[in-house]
Write a protein that binds this ligand. Structure first.
Ligand code: VGL
Ligand code: ZN
Length: 196
């Protein structure tokens, strides 16, 4: 079964959103076209409660971009984004959502962030993704979406760790920061992710 994983393609990560990625909207149509050649399509959603610890607004006196240590994990503070059941957490209306077979939600525990579609950042709490892939017998996935240096990178590397053949289709991803994106591509390659 040819399987596509669309990562965090949500309004808040697109131009005009609270954590906008430059040109993030430019990958929506290429992804629509790409979907036509897949048998099975899974999408992750960043899905935060309003009081999520990754939001600077929940830390008095601190600002977006500051880095804290929370329960032994390094945490960058973000603007409020992808709040459950708001416009910002929806898929863009241009995305052909009818083709999506399964949505995996992540980041809903207020106390910990979750960049990977497989696990939270402590690697203790799995999402539904691993068991879902297992139940369908899926051993190979192609990844696209946002953002290259956070959720795409962490998801792809965890996917390799789960023993899944994993490719990232670079022209259907976008990063926040140019240098970090370049480093992320290198790190994925070093972890046996196939970059195409
Ligand atoms: C993401 C920052 C915060 C992502 C999610 O989807 O890459 N980045 N939450
Ligand atoms: Zn997030």
């Amino acid at each position: 079964m040819k399987t596509l994983l669309i990562i965090d393609l949500q309004n808040d990560f697109l131009p005009g959103g609270s954590l906008e990625v430059r040109d993030g909207d430019k990958i929506v149509n290429p992804i629509n076209e790409l979907m036509e050649s897949y048998d099975h399509i899974i999408a992750t959603k960043d899905w935060h409660p309003k009081n999520h610890i990754s939001f600077a607004s929940n830390h008095q006196g601190l600002e977006v971009g500051q880095i804290l240590e929370i329960n032994g994990l390094s945490q960058i503070l973000w603007p409020d984004h992808c709040i459950q059941n708001t416009f910002g957490s929806e898929f863009p209306k241009e995305l052909n959502q009818k083709k999506i077979d399964k949505i995996i939600y992540k980041g809903s525990d207020k106390d910990i962030d979750s960049y990977s579609g497989f696990y939270d950042n402590s690697k203790n709490a799995p999402t539904e993704l691993r068991d879902y892939l297992k139940s369908k017998g899926i051993q190979k996935i192609d990844c696209v979406g946002l953002t290259t240096e956070y959720c795409v990178k962490f998801t792809a590397i965890d996917s390799i760790r789960e023993g899944i053949d994993t490719r990232v289709i670079l022209k259907c991803t976008k990063g926040i920061n140019k240098n970090d994106t370049r480093d992320a591509v290198e790190e994925m390659r070093n972890n046996k992710v196939i970059m195409i």
